[in-house]
Write a protein that binds this ligand. Structure first.
Ligand SMILES: NC(=O)c1ccc[n+]([C@@H]2O[C@H](COP(=O)([O-])OP(=O)(O)OC[C@H]3O[C@@H](n4cnc5c(N)ncnc54)[C@H](OP(=O)(O)O)[C@@H]3O)[C@@H](O)[C@H]2O)c1
Length: 326
């Protein structure tokens, strides 16, 4: 089969479209003919040699999500058959014509979706739902702050917040993205040219602060989050775009009785990935099927042009997802 391989750590030019060994499903597994995948920040960091793949997935083929057709089933697979359309997460390897997935760690695609649309959902929507709802208990009537709201995860989080009756507030550093976010239905957008936004969030919440903060940027944003998250609020750190360290006032955690947690999907064990996929199937796929959650795709590239797709995502100009067709 053909795949994109990271030939050595480096820039987008190290991605090579080449022939690799075929893959066979074992007991309980399926082989998926990948029709579309998407580019994630983690792929860029892996390509640079700073985020090795977890054990059990290809070390040199990036890709964390897929949409495609079941092409072969291993022994003891009863819930899926050849020809079923599926989508979901993998720990790596989806920049390829075929991948192996556990049959319970995947979800059936709603019929009306194209493969490109389907491939844009899993990583963004599962990350946002797992962090905001499963871990931080975001519920109807509450307010959630979403940093880098125009990102893939951000645009998913806005839709999920609306779907459950919560009020999203988003930040972006780019004025043009603020306009697009408002057209997209996000009423409260803060354009923060630098790392400050806490004062604006407090103004928008009558001085109270937000119940939940979905922190996609990290770095110094955390100290702002502490200032504008309400007493007994929950902050979840999902990404480190602005760096992995910052100075913050521990006193604020104590006095406001805040919860501060971190999350990562990729390295979770199979049992947890199965739970995540089942939650996706039960909680989000029906909303996708009903057209209540929509894919937000900025650009689509053929798999062989993955280097150009990496270049594009790294420029921070995208709104929503960057998809690869296979
Ligand atoms: N923990 C997990 O399991 C998990 C899973 C998925 C994603 N993530 C993380 O979630 C974050 C969002 O991912 P994504 O794929 O949705 O991102 P994305 O679509 O690539 O968008 C990222 C956006 O963040 C903003 N940004 C970039 N660098 C920044 C900086 N230094 N300071 C402030 N803003 C910055 C830019 O938008 P502006 O124009 O608004 O600045 C950029 O377009 C990433 O950190 C990613 O690694 C984590």
């Amino acid at each position: 089969m053909r795949a994109i391989v990271i030939s050595k750590p480096g820039g987008p030019e190290v991605l090579q479209y080449t022939e690799v060994a075929d893959v066979e499903p074992q007991r309980g597994e399926i082989r998926v003919r990948v029709r579309a995948t998407a580019v994630n920040r983690a792929d860029l960091v892996q390509r640079e040699g700073r985020y090795p793949a977890p054990a059990g997935v290809p070390a040199d083929i990036p890709g964390l999500e897929y949409a495609g057709d079941v092409d072969a089933v291993g022994e003891a697979v009863t819930d899926l058959k050849v020809g079923d359309k599926v989508f979901g997460l993998v720990g790596g390897g989806s920049y390829a014509e075929y991948i192996i997935v556990h049959s319970r760690a995947t979800s059936k695609m709603p019929n009306h979706l194209s493969y490109e649309e389907a491939a844009s959902f899993p990583e963004a929507f599962i990350t946002a739902y797992d962090a905001m709802v499963s871990q931080c208990r975001l519920s109807a009537g509450e307010t959630v702050l979403i940093s880098a709201a125009a990102s893939g995860v951000g645009t998913a989080a806005i839709q999920i917040a609306h779907a459950i009756g919560a009020r999203p507030i988003g930040t972006t550093r780019t004025a043009a993205k603020a306009d697009r976010l408002q057209e997209f239905g996000l009423k409260d957008v803060i354009v923060n040219g630098d790392t400050t936004f806490a004062e604006d969030v407090l103004k928008l919440t009558n001085g109270i602060g937000v119940d939940v903060t979905l922190e996609l940027v990290g770095g110094e944003y955390i100290s702002q989050d502490l200032q504008c998250t309400a007493p007994r609020g929950r902050i979840v750190l999902v990404g480190l775009l602005a760096g992995a360290s910052c100075k913050f006032n521990l006193g604020m955690l104590l006095s406001k009785r805040l919860e501060l947690r971190g999350t990562s999907l990729r390295a979770r064990p199979l049992e947890e990935k199965i739970v995540i996929a089942q939650t996706f199937s039960k909680s989000l796929v029906p909303l996708i099927g009903a057209g209540k959650l929509k894919s937000v795709i900025d650009k689509t590239f053929p798999l062989k042009d993955a280097a150009a797709a990496h270049e594009f995502l790294g420029q921070n100009e995208s709104f929503g997802k960057v998809v690869l067709t296979v």
